[in-house]
Design a protein. Sequence first.
Length: 390
Amino acid sequence: MKTPFLLRRLREAGYEVRALASERALAFTTETALAVAAGGPVATEARWFAPEGGALHLELARWADLLVVAPATAAGLARAAAGLAEDLLTATILGGARKVLWAPAMNPEMWHHPATQANVQRLREWGHAFVGPEHGALAAVGEGEGLGRMSEPETIVEHVRYHLSPKDLAGRTVLVSAGPTREYIDPVRFISNPSSGKMGYAVAEAARDRGARVVLVSGPTALPEPWGMEVVRVERAEEMYEALLERFPAADAVVMAAAVADWQPDSTASEKTPKKSGKNVLELVSTPDILAELGRRKTHQVLVGFAMETRAGHERARAKLERKNLDFICLNFPTRAASAFGGDFNEVEMLFPDGTVESTGRVTKREVADRILDHVCDRLRTKEAERHAQ
């Protein structure tokens, strides 16, 4: 049963949670497990009506910003779509729950049945949202794999974050670059860097959650493809250059978080180069300066760059900010523990044209992403006001 793990993940993400369990749910897990994971007592039908006359389903409906049903069964979907209130869950939904997110889990035949699909469609029309089901191993013995497995807790938390985030980027298009590039020496050797892509992906996911249409141009990473956005896969700096320039005119904001290689081999061998003893000279030429070209072409866009420095950080970052016509630049130091490649945390200093500097401190990359987008939103509003004033 994944529900206790989901409750823990939601609390780790900073959400206040309460668990509601039907009698059927307690056949698969225990009230104690749910209470420990939620950090408080479990709402059950045994406590539905308080001695003083209070109604638990109404209290829960008014308390919750989002009601997550995980796992959601075919029977639960059917009762909700029929408008029944025969258990605590459906009574809470009818009692005025503001938003409902279903995470279905059932046999593929049950999921694909016309009755279930009709119920899902009806609930969608009422404004309910869904995450999953996914393809994978099924719970019932002997059923193997299929489409019907409940989404993983981490995926559900992502959807919760999406549904609870303010949509201050609705109607905007945000273009994000992420990850490293690879510049090939021969078919099996290349020049690259240790970038994991996590910072750029965090920016893309945060922009999506805030309502933007997101285009993510990603170099090679081991990260799963984010949902809810267009993902453009590239390898070389030249490919990233072309992909970004093609999509730049339609963008309202661009965050260049990719670690693009500065150099590439002057030529790429068509066959693997055999190993030689002694020195082997490799001639390099510069790759396209993507950020400078975007800055040159900038009209209405908010353009954000990154600077990764090991020394003289502020001086170099400010020079880059001015030279490349950026709205602001994010400086971090890869040799610091908080800013190391591949980690889940970062420490960024944002430098602005007016000379101000704002530090995020050591926080998660998702928190850094939201701080960046706060300033993107401010700049978008300012530019829009300036255009209207002209």
